[in-house]
Design a protein around this ligand. Structure first.
Ligand code: KG4
Ligand code: ZN
Length: 357
């Protein structure tokens, strides 16, 4: 039974291939569970939207139940529901939103739509407490590479400093891993292979790091092509995968951390938060640590289980919104698969219903 105070917020995440449910109250993680359809996508080398959506239908209820069990709570203890409404795969988002609406309506509790990237930002608060205002956030995942200047996550607009022009950092790892003959998802496989390799073996490019380039823009498709060309040059011989993986990882980590630290210096920000699946990368972590320390910047990286997609991070945003007194979403809340990041709360309303109103 939950004690009185702030309500327990249930967070639901279903934007890609992970079905997540998490329970948060007053900034504290009470329990969470994740089911992944990753294995079902592996033979296609990437996420198949229809397979992901169907997997969410199967997993949503069991995942919510597991999160409640872990927290020692029941449905009746849920005081608010937060759900990812974008960005993400349309069918996948629909399943989570339908489930969240059903729960909020059935329980008679408020509903909040949450921007997926704001969820990644908030994940760190569950481990390291409230974020300082301001802080710099580097989001690096399979779908995103973004630099954000964050103030009060629940109240203030999020300043989007830069993005990738093409592939995301994780996507680059995933695609190059395929060329190197490593399994999907490629990021962890590259990380493992790199342990035995020499990061200086191949001089891969450092895209968009020239004096005239956008200091906060990223581009990884040229790097991906360079890695593919390097692999092609070894046709007929054994590919030195470890050296290739270590050199690629070094190039990605170098660009990411260089730009993130420069953004902190430029904006006078003393805290860098690195989140998203690629924050799990051992070289991204160690180089970020090294460069932040040299620049007098505090580095925060959430633990691995909170770095990849999960429901706890969505509950964390919901909890911040509830405590900030944010307006709940109407029940005709809709998804926005390509939602721009402006505010943590993402409350697009179904167009048909808007036209009637
Ligand atoms: O945040 P996430 O779980 O899902 C998205 O929203 O995309 O990130 C998944 C991405 C994948 O591209 C995966 O290869 C990458 O994170 N990743 C890693 C590592 N672990 C996961 N990349 C590099 N090194 C890792 N250790
Ligand atoms: Zn994500």
């Amino acid at each position: 039974m939950a004690s009185p105070g702030s309500p327990v917020v249930l967070g639901i995440e279903s934007s890609c291939d992970e079905t997540g449910a998490g329970l948060v109250r007053d900034g504290r993680l009470l329990g969470h569970a994740v089911a992944s359809s990753m294995d079902e996508h592996a033979r296609y080398g990437g996420v198949v939207p229809e397979i992901a959506a169907r997997a969410h239908v199967h997993s949503l209820t069991p995942v919510v139940r597991r999160a409640l069990d872990e927290a020692g709570l029941t449905m009746a203890d849920i005081g608010a529901v937060a759900v990812t409404t974008g960005p993400g795969l349309s069918g996948a988002l629909q399943v989570g939103l339908a489930g969240a609406k059903g729960l909020a309506y059935g329980l008679g509790v408020p509903l909040y739509g949450v921007h997926h990237l704001a969820g990644h930002v908030a994940a760190d608060t569950l481990e390291h407490g409230p974020l300082p205002d301001p802080c710099m956030v580097l989001i690096v995942s399979g779908g995103h590479t973004s630099l954000l200047l964050v103030r009060d996550l629940a109240r203030d607009p999020i300043v989007h400093l830069g993005d990738t022009l093409d592939d995301a950092a994780g996507e680059c790892f995933d695609k190059v891993a395929r060329v190197f003959g490593l399994p999907y998802p490629g990021g962890p496989a590259i990380d493992r292979a790199a342990r035995e390799g020499d990061p200086k073996a191949v001089a891969f490019p450092r895209p968009l790091t020239g004096p005239r380039d956008d200091p906060y823009g990223f581009s990884f498709s040229g790097l991906k092509t360079a890695a593919a060309r390097w692999a092609e040059r070894h046709a007929g011989q054994e590919l030195p995968v470890a050296d290739g993986a270590a050199s690629l990882q070094e190039a990605v980590a170098d660009v990411l951390t260089r730009k993130a630290v420069a953004a902190c210096k430029e904006h006078g920000v003393r805290t860098l938060v690195v989140v998203g699946g690629v924050a799990a990368n051992s070289r991204v972590r160690s180089l970020a640590e090294e460069r932040c320390q040299a620049a007098g910047i505090t580095l925060r990286v959430p633990p691995l289980r909170l770095c990849t997609d999960n429901g706890a991070m969505i509950a964390a945003v919901g909890d911040l919104l509830v405590r900030a007194g944010a307006e709940p979403a109407p029940l005709n809340l809709s998804i926005d698969p390509s939602a721009p990041l402006e505010y943590a709360a993402l409350h697009p309303v179904a167009r048909a219903a808007q036209a009637v109103a």
